[in-house]
Design a protein around this ligand. Structure first.
Ligand code: DGT
Ligand code: CA
Ligand code: CA
Ligand code: ZN
Length: 577
């Protein structure tokens, strides 16, 4: 039983209780408990085992006993009994976008829908449309959501599996027969979604290492295991390959299996032009006239081909090879360059941690400042603040800041962009804030022209510092709204509006494919975690990787600036920035 598994049980209890129509407060307690288990400091499993969870906020008495039982016994009677009331297949229903517990319960009660198959059949027979409160439109939406799920079924979010990957790397590194270890593939390239994981080791004992790999605690099932390759399914459902190569082959294998395929194809044809044949085992002269280059590391391969080293994030065959040949690759932003971060929520709106908690975590991350931007009044479902609560929060922030020994809190708000592109707060309210993130949260189905005009109009406001999650996409769940990226980038450049790289793992929005263009037009990026809890502040790490994928340098990223520089930036009238 580990932290994730414990949280998962609580989350599932919440779902089942909802389905039973239990008291919403009880449901919420379990859901919040799951968040707390994931986010809290210390070894929560050990603490639960020793009955030491007393006094932890977000975990009440009833929950504490259940966590204790889970940690000690590895299972929970209450949950096992609850599960018996429903078939296992019911959980899949909760994965469908736009389908909440209320609707699931209604279909369960009226039509006996307890699996994806039954749901699909019920929709296709038109029975769902006939239920009170549903209708043809809802039924069509459900079918759409199911189709989207099928399309995305086998992919995973890059930003959510860092700990899993680090854990596997760490174990492989400790293996006595392993000299070099790396993760390759789309993970190394920081692609926003991943098909599978590709690990690589250098060893003389391939068969042994492959065998040991299949016994890792993260492994759920073994698919294949040989002398040079093992394939497994991990407990989170992901497919995962390990390749074991000789130390001398390691750089070539790492280069090859990092991909992308398109990058490799282009690199191989460049090699051929220079008289080399490049593959996963080596770089060999096509005829005997040239000498074999000395390659110890991946860098040596690029050097042998007359190229600057190309960082993995850039390897998508989008101009990186040409730039490397001319020595024109950008020097990419790094995590250690970040001095602070904007766009974070607290318990004032829909965050799970208090202002103090968020600040504490930011300080622990080594940042100099934190930007707070809770939701505005129109986003009522997320507890959006009205003018009075907002100004009170600003005052609280100013007071708290005095006690922090120089750590800065910038007081802002995530102000809703209303349907016509006007903003949720009047100018004189926004003028009292340090910064404003303007975001679209509703009317996502406007057509491209209307949506683009709406966003541009918001950016024209002098108080709007930055644009939040440009398309509103939820990776693997929901496409973003259709916008004219090029026009929005031009408009950001003209109005000196920063665009955020929202690095919540489901978003990474604006998409990395647009950042080079924005950068070249002088648009600044802000790497924003949109954190709704302390733990999620850590998403700035994958955020930096995705910013690198967008060719961004330190100077292109606003939050690489010091607190003092930010202060000056925010005080300068927008048009003069
Ligand atoms: P994924 O797993 O779908 O997120 O994407 P990748 O890029 O990790 O793809 P994967 O796991 O199928 O293969 C890992 C790398 O191996 C890939 O990025 C490039 C290399 N590779 C795989 N198949 C081919 C191929 O047919 N030709 C070339 N040139 N490279 C390949
Ligand atoms: Ca892969
Ligand atoms: Ca693979
Ligand atoms: Zn937000």
């Amino acid at each position: 039983m580990n932290r994730e598994e414990m949280a998962d049980v609580l989350e599932k209890i919440a779902l089942l209780l909802e389905l039973k129509g239990e008291n919403p407060f009880k449901v919420r307690a379990y859901r919040q408990g799951a968040e707390t288990v994931l986010a809290m400091e210390g070894d929560v499993v050990e603490l639960a085992k020793n009955d030491e969870l007393k006094g932890i906020k977000g975990i009440g008495d009833a929950l504490r006993d259940k966590l204790g039982e889970l940690a000690k016994m590895g299972s929970l009677g209450f949950y096992e009994n609850l599960k018996k009331e429903f078939p296992e297949t019911v959980f899949a229903l909760f994965e469908i976008q736009g389908l909440g517990p209320k609707k699931i319960k209604a279909m369960y009660d009226a039509l006996g829908v307890d699996s994806l198959e039954k749901l699909k059949a019920a929709c296709e027979e038109g029975k769902v449309a006939g239920l009170p409160g549903f209708g043809a439109k809802t039924q069509a939406k459900i079918l759409e959501g199911m189709a989207a799920n099928e399309k995305f079924a086998d992919r995973y979010l890059y930003g959510s599996i860092g700990n899993l990957v680090e854990g596997i790397l760490e174990t492989l590194r400790l293996h006595p027969e392993v000299s070099r270890v790396a993760v390759a593939g789309s993970y190394r390239r920081a692609k926003e979604t991943l098909g599978d994981l590709d690990f690589l080791v250098a060893t003389k004992e391939g068969a042994l290492v492959c065998e040991d790999f299949t016994t890792l605690p993260q492994v759920d099932a073994v698919i294949a295991c040989g002398d040079t390759k093992a394939s497994v399914r991990l407990k989170n459902g992901m497919h995962c390959d390990l390749r074991a190569v000789k130390n001398s082959e390691f750089p070539f294998a790492l280069q090859y299996f990092t991909g992308s395929k398109e990058h490799n194809v282009a690199l191989r044809s460049l090699a051929l032009k220079k008289g080399w044949s490049l593959n996963e085992y080596g770089l060999n002269p096509v005829d005997d006239s040239t000498e074999r280059p000395e390659v110890f590391e991946e860098k040596d391969i690029y050097r042998a081909l007359g190229l600057q080293y190309i960082e993995p994030e850039l390897r998508e065959n989008r101009g990186e090879i040409e730039a490397a040949a001319e020595n024109k690759l950008p020097r990419l932003v790094e995590l250690m360059h970040l001095r602070g971060t904007f766009h974070n929520h607290t318990t004032e709106s829909d965050g799970h941690d208090t202002l103090e908690g968020m600040v504490e975590e930011a300080m622990e991350l080594g940042l100099q400042y934190l930007g707070i931007s809770d939701h505005s009044k129109s986003t009522a479902f997320a507890g959006g603040l009205d003018e009075e609560r907002l100004l009170k929060q600003v005052a609280t922030i100013r007071e708290l800041e005095k006690t922090l020994g120089g750590f800065r809190i910038f007081a802002g708000n995530e102000v809703d962009i209303l349907m016509d592109g006007s903003l949720d707060f009047a100018d004189e309210i926004m003028a009292q804030l340090d910064f404003v993130v303007a975001s679209v949260h509703n009317f996502g189905s406007l057509d491209e022209a209307a949506m683009t005009a709406r966003i541009c109009r918001a950016m024209e406001n002098e108080h709007v510092t930055m644009l939040g999650h440009l398309t509103g996409r939820l990776l693997l769940k929901r496409e973003g709204y259709v916008v004219d990226h090029a026009r929005i980038i031009d408009c950001a450049a003209a109005t000196r509006t920063v665009i955020e790289l929202n690095c919540s793992p489901m978003r990474f929005d604006m998409d990395w494919r647009w950042w080079k263009r924005a950068r070249d037009k002088g648009v600044l990026c802000s790497i924003n975690p949109d954190a709704h809890s302390r733990a999620r502040l850590h998403h700035i790490k994958p955020g930096v990787a995705v910013a690198r994928k967008g060719w961004l340098r330190r100077e292109d990223v606003l939050n690489t600036r010091s607190a003092a520089e930010i202060e000056t930036f925010l005080k300068t009238p927008k048009w003069e920035r």
